[in-house]
Design a protein around this ligand. Structure first.
Ligand SMILES: C[S@@+](CC[C@H](N)C(=O)[O-])C[C@H]1O[C@@H](n2cnc3c(N)ncnc32)[C@H](O)[C@@H]1O
Length: 265
């Protein structure tokens, strides 16, 4: 089980992400980037892969673009479906692994938003996902996904910490109206390029005492751009654009968020 497979994480995901992105400004322009991408390439169908609780899907639907959604986590799909229904949309959202999902139609546009691709923990799984997504795209269809540039400074730090060395990240109010504090801990393995960590959720009572604690594991793989270029070539994709952020900043230095826009050859 990884972080997003837990029902409590899925239920609270939007709430703690909102709190997280209030404190960090590296997310501005996120939804508009995908809306523009979908408008440009989605005329023959859009799929939001690793759609989570449907942030992108629902933003597209609210702008008149109906997309299918899929996610490995049944819990995340359930929340996405509930949100879609409550806003009056009848969307096709189904649980599946991006390495082997099959749809009864092809899409001209595939989106993997907010680091879904980084949950593929080996080059073999990354390759399987890219080949499978390619199968589900129309000829010339476009895919966008993001990676984080590996940063030697953070890697060095995370090679010294354990996956139980928790750091406070934020406080938010959970889906039951209770205050929760969130901590995370990450350790980095340079041989596999995998960051393994844990999120710790502490539930507080009215006077701030901890009354519950849940630890949820999460792993993500870092990918170097040079690796990704060869992987894309191997899997039959041409690189159209590589951006350094949601405002299409150039990616000519080490950047946190690398956004790949690639075309099925
Ligand atoms: C950080 S969340 C992003 C969710 C959503 N795209 C968003 O922007 O809110 C990453 C998602 O990737 C999903 N995921 C992880 N591995 C996957 C896989 N192999 N196939 C499909 N989805 C996967 C997780 O279940 C999780 O919902």
């Amino acid at each position: 089980m990884d972080l997003h497979d837990y029902p409590d994480v899925a239920q609270n995901y939007d709430l703690y992400l909102d709190a997280m992105y209030k404190e960090q400004d590296n997310h501005a322009g996120f939804l508009d980037f995908y809306l523009e991408f979908a408008k440009e390439y989605g005329k023959d169908g859009i799929i939001d892969i690793a759609c989570g609780t449907g942030a992108v899907l629902l933003h597209l639907a609210e702008h008149g673009m109906i997309a299918d959604g899929t996610d490995l986590s049944e819990a995340m799909c359930r929340v996405a479906n509930e949100k879609a229904r409550s806003r009056g949309f009848d969307l096709h959202i189904f649980p599946a692994n991006m390495t082997d999902f099959k749809s009864d139609r092809k899409y001209s546009c595939a989106i993997i938003a907010r680091s879904g691709f980084m949950h593929l923990l080996t080059p073999e799984l990354q390759r399987a996902a890219l080949l499978n997504i390619r199968e589900n795209l129309t000829d010339g269809g476009m895919l966008t996904f993001n990676t984080f540039d590996p940063n030697p400074y953070f890697q060095a730090q995370q090679m010294r910490t354990k996956d139980t060395d928790f750091t406070f990240r934020l406080e938010y109010v959970n889906s039951q109206g209770k205050r929760e504090k969130l901590y995370n801990a990450i350790t980095y393995d340079p041989t596999t390029q995998v960051m393994s960590g844990n999120w710790k959720f502490e539930t507080l009572d009215a006077i701030g005492n901890v009354v519950d604690e849940r630890i949820r594991p999460v792993k993500q793989r870092q990918t170097y751009r040079q690796e990704m270029k060869y992987l894309l070539e191997l899997c039959g994709f041409a690189i159209v654009n590589v951006y350094g952020g949601y405002h299409k900043e150039p990616a000519d230095t080490v950047v946190r968020n690398v956004i790949w826009c690639v075309r099925k050859k």
